[in-house]
Design a protein around this ligand. Sequence first.
Ligand SMILES: Cc1cc2nc3c(=O)[nH]c(=O)nc-3n(C[C@H](O)[C@H](O)[C@H](O)COP(=O)(O)O)c2cc1C
Length: 325
Amino acid sequence: MLKLGNIGLEVPFFQAPLSGYSDYAMRKLGLSFGAPLTFAGVMLAKSATHPKVLRKPFFRPRDDEHPIGAQILGNDPLVMAAAAKELVAVGYDLIDLNFACPAPKVLRRRRGGWLLREPERIIEIYSRVRDAVSCPVLMKLRTGFNSSGAERDNFYRIVSVASEENIDAVVVHPRTVVQKFTGQADWELLAELKQQFPQTTIIGSGDLFDAQTGADLLKTTGVDGLLIARGAVGNPWIFRDLRAVLAGKPIPERPGIEEQGRTILEHFELVAGIYKLQKAVRFIRKFLVNYCKLHPKRKEAQKTLLAAGNKKELLAGIKHWYGVS
Ligand SMILES: Cc1cc2nc3c(=O)[nH]c(=O)nc-3n(C[C@H](O)[C@H](O)[C@H](O)COP(=O)(O)O)c2cc1C
């Protein structure tokens, strides 16, 4: 059981906010394969306070996907608080504050990971948001802007204040902002962090591509939960596998070709329910690259599926390589 404020999850992991990926289709698939909670991709707080934006179905959670979290990005405490309120009003169940994004356009505007250099601002944002909503509030951090001692001190100051204020959870991707995705996530740092803040719910993120690795890291580091991110892209089975391994059962066999094909079809139908058909065919390609990794003829299957220019060609490709339609 993982407690995030007043929301209890029966298993200690959930699906990450993944900008450009974690739309309703990926979330729904994640839930059906065993994720107890999913997140929409990060939203700009300023946009979320714009009345027109949250009227669009794309930005609103649907009835069949609770609990679902929203994550916001911004540097103005009042705007962040207003956005959190709006998001809860349209149905999101948790709010996560993004102080981790390393994208240059985000850093240029002093948002996301940039704010790790301004701990006092992060603390104020947290406090305003905490006062504005009654749902669980989390924050997502990297372990500093860069690896200098001063930046590391900033990181510890943020966690320390958040911990004193009884934050519902701190989600940490243990790389610095300048590292982006290079090198390896520093799970030893997470183990130390948990020792230092035993009363705080700490969720670890980074390089979680298979269930066994996740289960091992959960045990060895003592963190309270895992955030499954890239490991779930084109691989929703990771949630099924995590449930099994954490229950002490063997990890199920890899899905057979037909099951892979049926899952791709299911994913495509969900995607086609969100976007116009041509866009859906293009949009699902980034997932297909990963789905094809499980296929014994990966390269050939991938070549056909990525070359499909419309629904008919895509379905024909799936039928050819997976035997399902
Ligand atoms: C394409 C992509 C989009 C991401 N979008 C978000 C996001 O919207 N919010 C966020 O907090 N993290 C985001 N992340 C970071 C992930 O949630 C996660 O912390 C990171 O990928 C490390 O975990 P992993 O190595 O297991 O993927 C994103 C990562 C990727 C690769």
